[in-house]
Write a protein that binds this ligand. Sequence first.
Ligand code: HEM
Ligand SMILES: CC(C)=CCC/C(C)=C/CC/C(C)=C/COP(=O)(O)OP(=O)(O)O
Length: 316
Amino acid sequence: MGGGNDGRRTAIDGGLTCREPALPAAAGGGPARLGALFVLAKPGIVAAVALAGYAGMVLAARGTPAPRTTLVCLVALVLTAGGAALLNVLLEAASDARMARLGRRNAALRQVGTGTTLVAAGGALALGLALDFTLLPPLTGLLTLAAIIAYAVVYTLWLKRRSPYGAVPGGIPGALPVLIGYSAVATTIGFDGVLLFLVMLLWQPPHFWTLALHYREDYRRAGIPALPAVRGATYTTIMIFLYATALVPASLALWAFGCCSVRFAGIALLLGLAFLGACFRYLVATSRYRRAFAASLLYLVALLTAIIVDLVGRGA
Ligand code: HEM
Ligand SMILES: CC(C)=CCC/C(C)=C/CC/C(C)=C/COP(=O)(O)OP(=O)(O)O
């Protein structure tokens, strides 16, 4: 990911080497190390997690949530998701070092150092949880704590390394931000929140497996039993289609149970069919797996945005 001018070469098992892009020379150390820490916090995932949390808030409010609750909840979500991501990077440093895909992340960890990364992780988690437990309903803090443990411990240390289906229960922490946002507004969990949680749960396996198809040798080398590395591309593709197909009725349920408008239903149907079409084009007609992965991200952002626009527009 990203090339560097004088990147170092790192030998990986089997003699393969990967060019690890050198991060910008530590100009004074501070800014470059801060940039490297930002890379380690998986900003893309955290940003999308914040979007999912906001969608949960809008769903609970059936419109625009209170600005104070929105600000506190989103800051806490970014801090805790970013802190959990930093913890994940520390816990996976050994296997990550064997993955060519993670060259930039490995270089960033070398630049920041494990000690600083651990302090940053602890600080972000502590601050985020303090915001949750002092300024938001108790359930919001408890759900956040559950997401941290489920992601940084249960998924990272156990599920991901034990089962090719780890991403299925591993989707629980990834889907909890929807309920974290929902509970911050409603103080409880409603059936509509559970519907959106289910959509997130069904979306994550195809999101991960499309990427894992592209990097299946990398995962094999790192000793991580990703589905394509264990069961092959054909079986994985079938599983991706099963989940992508299930996403269509799951997303339409938000309309069927009266949460979103029929206009949203039309958009959700089009998005679901477009994602299925992209899976066919990039997994069956061609083998452009990263394009299918990108399509999964586009689908998620578009669907969450459609929910937000539908409800905020209606509540306006
Ligand atoms: C079982 C759950 C999940 C797994 C296994 C998973 C796996 C991954 C992996 C391996 C990457 C590539 C990261 C990299 O190469 O640096 C990635 C990227 C991404 N994921 Fe996920 N993910 C999961 C859940 C989520 C969730 C819940 C969201 C958002 C709601 C999300 C949003 C993203 C985004 C936006 C990217 C692209 C930006 C980036 O590379 O940082 N993922 N995911
Ligand atoms: C509030 C809170 C803590 C929410 C958690 C939200 C969150 C960060 C979900 C991500 C889930 C996930 C399995 C990501 C991929 O990790 P990976 O280790 O499989 O990715 P990698 O291979 O790139 O390291």
